[in-house]
Write a protein that binds this ligand. Structure first.
Ligand SMILES: [Zn+2]
Length: 342
């Protein structure tokens, strides 16, 4: 049997994605012996992989733990070695200094993109308007220059976030611990997660749009799903770095969750079938189709959470995505035409 190709490091010293995935699986508590053995084989096949993760840890305590890990590793006690490596990593992270990181961030010089600078300023201003309502933040800013500093910092943060999100050539989508890095926008990140969202976040063409999925009652929080929703049943489960306490997650099962809603009438079920048929029918245009879905959701939302309704909302979200895509393509075409006739 052919030997699998050795993993290689990229120019930036980053561990290639397949190694990263395996490493994150291994570092999680559910790592099985098979995972550990697979990792060990890979390490033996290419020492470079180990060297890459070593350079990020420098303090003495972490080094001691790493050495202890290495001894256990050579004694073939892989699981115990893994524990030590994990501890070493946490130890190195305890040196984390948010102020130093902030200073680094503040020194970053980015080429500003004049096309989106206006949007970035609007985002920073909106974040500022929200943050300033927090009494702790408001009372700590006593002079005009404090306020200007916060506003400038937010603008700078927005620029950096935007750069990381859209312009970076480095794969920032997943960290070595498997956490997803996205949604680093100052306004978007103010919106909390729920597996039962009331808005859909749609990223496309460098823009982030929040579109209403169902009516929001006065005082109800705006919520978006950072991953799959409760009705994305074929989606593999996602682990967040927080415990989700949304109304769906507090239920012991899907059946219990659905039982908190009401049952749709037979007529409403039939209408749902008709609606799904309309969506397949080419005689109707996109606007009519969207309008029909919105009307259905509006009329039956009081039955939520409900199985059929969740199917309609899934379809609605897909349609929205399609519409936004078309819209962006149209704007791109118009901009191209405008440039030609300038
Ligand atoms: Zn949840």
């Amino acid at each position: 049997m052919d030997k699998p190709p050795s993993p290689k490091t990229t120019a930036g010293g980053h561990v290639p994605p397949d190694v990263d995935i395996l490493l994150s699986r291994m570092l999680s508590e559910i790592a099985s012996d098979a995972d550990i053995e697979a990792y060990r084989d890979m390490v033996l096949a290419n020492g470079e992989v180990v060297d890459v993760s070593e350079v990020t840890k420098s303090d003495t305590k972490a080094e001691q733990l790493r050495k202890a890990g290495n001894r256990l590793y050579h004694a073939r006690k892989y699981k115990a070695a893994l524990g030590k490596y994990n501890e070493a990593m946490c130890c190195a992270e305890s040196e984390y200094d948010p102020l130093a990181e902030f200073k680094e961030l503040h020194k970053t010089v980015l080429n500003t993109n004049t096309e989106i600078e206006g949007s970035l300023k609007a985002c920073a201003a909106l974040s500022y308007a929200v943050l300033i309502k927090n009494p702790a933040i408001n009372s700590s800013l006593t002079t005009k220059s404090h306020h200007r500093f916060l506003l400038n910092s937010l603008l700078h943060y927005t620029r950096v976030a935007c750069f990381l999100m859209w312009n970076s050539h480095v794969n920032l989508s997943t960290t070595s611990t498997g956490h997803v890095l996205s949604g680093l926008t100052s306004v978007g990140s103010l919106i909390n997660h729920s597996c039962d969202p009331n808005v859909a976040a749609i990223y496309m063409g460098g823009r982030l749009k929040f579109i209403l999925l169902r009516p929001i009652r006065a005082g109800e929080q705006i919520l978006t799903a950072y991953g799959p929703t409760w009705y994305d049943r074929n989606h593999p489960p996602v682990t967040y770095s927080f415990v989700c306490a949304c109304p769906f997650c507090v239920q012991p099962s899907m059946q219990h969750w659905l039982a908190t809603g009401r049952e749709l009438s037979l007529g409403a079920e039939r209408n749902a079938d008709m609606l799904l048929a309309i969506l397949q029918d080419e005689a109707f245009n996109d606007v009519d189709k969207l309008h029909a879905i919105q009307q259905y959701i509006q009329r039956h939302i009081r039955f939520h959470p409900e199985d059929t309704l969740s199917r309609i909302m899934t379809t609605y979200r897909l349609y929205l995505l399609e519409m936004v895509k078309k819209d962006i393509e149209r704007m791109g075409r118009e901009a191209a035409v405008a440039r030609v006739f300038e």
